[in-house]
Design a protein around this ligand. Structure first.
Ligand code: FPP
Length: 247
């Protein structure tokens, strides 16, 4: 790692108050490719390279959870060949990187309706999750076939079921116990949400969980997002004053 980057990292660590959970909307793969006259799928491939460097940087810095918006429910509406290219990249990368992830004490998990993914391929993810389940380092959470509203609806359906079975008294429901019904029930809410590629939208990502999350939007396209860009986002977060509605 270049010396200057190392110094920046030390500065961040010295300051303390790191974001425990960072979520990222990795946008701009298509634009990156178009600017180079390449097919969109080449952009996603370059996106995987960025994923690898940011996962490494997050683990290295001692971040607890990194959630990546990998595939949204809405992404199914893209052309079939693009959907299958993203899926192929995901499974191939998981297979290829699982040894390194495991060696680095990364725990893999997914968030979303993964039961709707192809069973043969889901198996690959399941094996990786199983293999890393006792790891104690970075939690790498891939949001897959994820939609924020659907997640809330799924929670409401489970709650209704528990009420019907007499397991839950609706009057006792709190924000905290509601969170237990979300896909992310084992995770803290994100402290920082990074969106690349400039758009000022949440795009149906972690709607419930981001109520008090600090937002950071950069114009950098995801395939170009560097460790330095990642550090900048964290530094920006460190300079914020989080009040959670208080004075
Ligand atoms: C957004 O760019 C990106 C996606 C919808 C896919 C992200 C997926 C990956 C980077 C591969 C996943 C792999 C792993 C290992 C997590 P866009 O296509 O919306 O870009 P655009 O807005 O410029 O068109």
């Amino acid at each position: 790692m270049p010396n200057e980057l190392n110094k920046l990292k030390e500065k961040i660590l010295k300051k303390g108050n790191l974001p425990g959970h960072i979520a990222i909307i990795m946008d701009g793969n298509g634009r990156w490719a178009r600017r180079r006259g390449l097919p969109r799928t080449a952009g996603h491939k370059a996106g995987v390279t960025a994923v690898k460097r940011i996962v490494r940087a997050a683990g290295d810095m001692g971040i607890s959870v990194l959630t990546l918006f990998t595939f949204s429910q809405e992404n199914w509406k893209r052309p079939k060949n693009e959907v299958s290219a993203i899926m192929k990249l995901l499974y191939e990368t998981t297979k290829r990187e699982i040894n390194e992830l495991d060696r680095n004490n990364v725990k893999l998990m997914t968030t979303g309706r993964t039961e709707e993914l192809s069973p043969r391929r889901r198996q690959i993810l399941q094996e990786a999750i199983e293999r890393t389940k006792n790891n104690t380092g970075l939690i790498l959470n891939l949001a897959l076939n994820y939609g924020g509203r659907t997640e809330i609806l799924d929670a409401v359906k489970k709650i209704a079921g528990d009420v019907k079975r007499g397991k839950l008294d609706p009057a006792q429901l709190t924000e905290e116990s509601f969170s237990d019904y979300l896909y992310t029930n084992t995770l803290p809410d994100p402290d920082l949400l990074i969106r690349t590629s400039g758009e000022m939208r949440i795009s149906n990502f972690l709607l419930w969980q981001t109520s008090y999350t600090e937002l950071y939007v950069t114009d950098v396209l995801w395939p170009n997002f560097s460790v330095r860009d990642f550090y900048r986002a964290i530094q920006d977060y460190q300079s914020r004053e989080r009040r959670f509605g208080r004075l």
